[in-house]
Design a protein around this ligand. Structure first.
Ligand SMILES: [Ca+2]
Ligand SMILES: [Ca+2]
Length: 300
């Protein structure tokens, strides 16, 4: 009788462990990728919680993009960040060159922004496109063609939207958050993160630029950052007015003031993030200011 009891207990433990393992793997898509040395990429790697809308997307090694052909800017991009991915070659020579994206219809050319006063602002950032993604021990700087291509792809004009210099450039809030995620979250704390970044257009009028006056200037941008937490993922969601001047006094970090809930971004864009993901409701409703305060006090 005692032997039988022990057997039943052992079976229960095995089943419970298997159940937890399956749940964990399903909830943290990034952890599946840890062990094997193989090429990464695709929707599964970059888009946290599944595609936020129906329709075609462009799948790049380093990011996934939905293109707004009417407005000639990206609608949104998604990318996964790991400590290895921020090892990016310097932005010089071929790496600095913007490229026309032949994969989209009526593509914007790099010269189309000339004389408009706007920066060519990356939605998926340059400094997140590095790393030895095919696991062969070679990086772009070592002459790995595939890893070089991953970097080149980020400079395609389909990944670019018009941004004010004071927003996109050094000191700007877009630049600042991008840097914070890379330096603080990924490099310093060694965490993985998933990011959605996109344009927000309201129902009203907005500026249009370019040779044909049909490249739309977004009045707002959003960014959703999912940080790998201690036991569960932590979501930070930001909504930025597209500022013409740097809103900053001294060295004070201003991005916490732009924190919102994911619900706010869904309401403004019509996108539906984390569709069907366990805990979708909770992830979206929370005012992410709460997560921010928790994260900045968390070590490491
Ligand atoms: Ca490689
Ligand atoms: Ca949702």
């Amino acid at each position: 009788m005692r032997r039988k009891g022990r057997f039943v207990l052992a079976v229960a433990v095995v089943l419970a462990t298997a159940f937890l393992l399956v749940r964990y793997v399903a909830f943290f898509p990034g952890d599946r990728e840890k062990a094997p040395r193989r090429a990464r990429g695709g929707i599964e790697e970059h888009v946290y919680g599944g595609l936020p809308e129906e329709g075609a997307v462009l799948i790049r090694n380093g990011y996934v993009l939905s293109y707004d052909a009417d407005r000639r800017v990206p609608s949104w991009v998604a990318y996964h960040l790991r400590p290895d991915y921020v090892k990016t070659p310097g932005r010089r020579g071929g790496y600095a060159r913007f490229r026309t994206d032949a994969e989209v219809e009526h593509p914007v050319r790099p010269g189309d922004y000339r004389g408009t006063g706007y920066h060519r602002g990356h939605l998926a950032p340059y400094f997140a496109m590095g790393g030895d993604r095919d696991g062969d021990g070679l990086y772009a700087a070592d002459g790995d063609r595939e890893d070089q291509e991953t970097v080149f792809e980020v400079n395609r004009m389909s990944n670019i939207a018009p941004q004010h210099a004071a927003f996109n450039g050094s000191g700007g809030v877009w630049y600042g958050l991008e840097t914070w995620v890379r330096e603080e979250v990924v490099k310093k704390r060694g965490r993985e993160a998933w990011v959605f970044a996109g344009c927000v257009f309201g129902p009203g009028e907005h500026e249009k630029i370019g040779p044909d006056g049909d490249i739309h200037v977004p009045p707002m941008f959003f960014k959703i950052v999912i940080v790998q937490g201690v036991s569960e993922p932590m979501v930070l969601a930001f909504l930025f007015p597209h500022q013409r001047v740097i809103h900053r006094s001294g060295k004070e970090r201003i991005f916490p003031y732009f924190l919102v809930s994911v619900d706010v971004i869904e309401a403004l864009t019509g996108l539906n993030f984390f569709r069907g993901l366990e805990g979708e409701e909770v992830l979206e409703k929370v005012d992410t200011w709460v997560n921010w305060k928790q994260f900045v006090h968390m070590h490491p």
